[in-house]
Design a protein around this ligand. Structure first.
Ligand code: GLU
Length: 287
């Protein structure tokens, strides 16, 4: 049993992160396995070193210890580039020259734009470009790289994964569409980095919030395309604030820093989360 906690240092951790960390930590300890920490810091516009430092500090405050050195994604860019190269060589990734405005215009002008769980999907404009010429153009023009999800599924056939709470889930290729595997100004997308890193670390159980459930569809496809193993998943319930809405990093009241400042004790908080008990003012999100 190898589990992990993989926060992005884009803000202070909140109560939901504490639940992920405690759950992943306890599952590893109960099975005499390993619990790893990974700092997902490859979004240069949003990540800040002080938030990364606060993650270490907040985990120590909760009484959660991890095994081995923390993996820092910004140190692993070569592994993501190699994975992308393999996808390009296999004809499963294509350069996309569309700006956000291009995509919005295309979606607005099309009656048949594909829709996923969170709204319109990338309409596939650049998928239709002759591949060789597009790859040559990528040497000079700003571009991202996208997964050709239809080509991927043709290659892999139908895929599924197991979630401890949801059971066996069929991977839905159109859940997120032709996702970006490398953004214009980013060394790799969240999805690509996660599957490469989970495989490298030998993660057998991914514990994270239900907000990332839909991500698993595309991560499962990326695993298949890259020949990587598929862990078991545990997407836990989400915590809501006083307004009933699920917590986000912007909800200052749910921040671990606020709870600390209010005199909450870390190990006591971790213990109540283990028993499904939440501090006053918080509840379980229903959706
Ligand atoms: N870094 C992601 C986040 O903080 C979580 C990644 C994962 O658990 O797969 O939302």
């Amino acid at each position: 049993m190898i589990t992990r906690f993989a926060p992005s240092p884009t803000g202070r951790l909140h109560l939901g992160h504490a639940l992920s960390a405690v759950t992943a930590h306890d599952r590893a300890r109960a099975a005499a396995g390993a619990f790893r920490l990974r700092i997902e810091d490859i979004d240069p516009a949003r990540c800040r070193p002080e938030f990364a430092r606060a993650i270490f500090d907040d985990l120590a405050w909760l009484g959660i210890g991890w095994d081995g050195p923390a993996v820092v994604q910004s140190m692993r860019l070569g592994a993501y580039a190699a994975a992308l190269d393999r996808m390009i060589a296999a004809g499963l990734a294509y350069p996309c020259f569309c700006s956000r405005a291009d995509i919005a215009r295309e979606v607005a002008g099309s009656l048949s734009a594909p829709h996923g769980a969170d709204g319109p999907l990338y309409p596939g404009t650049c998928r239709a470009l002759p591949r060789r010429a597009a790859i040559a153009r990528a040497a000079t023009d700003p571009h991202s790289w996208r997964l050709d999800v239809a080509a991927a599924i043709r290659l892999t056939g139908p895929l599924a994964w197991h979630d401890e709470r949801a059971g066996t889930v069929a991977a839905d290729p159109v859940a997120l569409g032709d996702i970006i595997v490398k953004g214009r100004d980013r060394p790799a997308s969240y999805h690509l980095a996660v599957v490469v890193d989970d495989a490298e670390a030998g993660i057998t159980l991914v514990v994270r919030g239900m907000d990332l459930f839909a991500s698993t569809h595309v991560q499962r496809i990326l695993q298949a395309v890259l020949g990587l193993p598929t862990p078991t998943y545990h997407h836990h319930r989400l915590i809501a604030g006083a307004d009933g809405r699920r917590l986000a990093k912007r909800d200052a009241a749910a921040g671990i820093d606020r709870l600390r400042a209010a005199g909450v004790e870390g190990p006591a908080l971790a213990e109540s989360l283990r028993h499904g008990a939440l501090p006053i003012g918080f509840g379980w999100a229903t959706a």
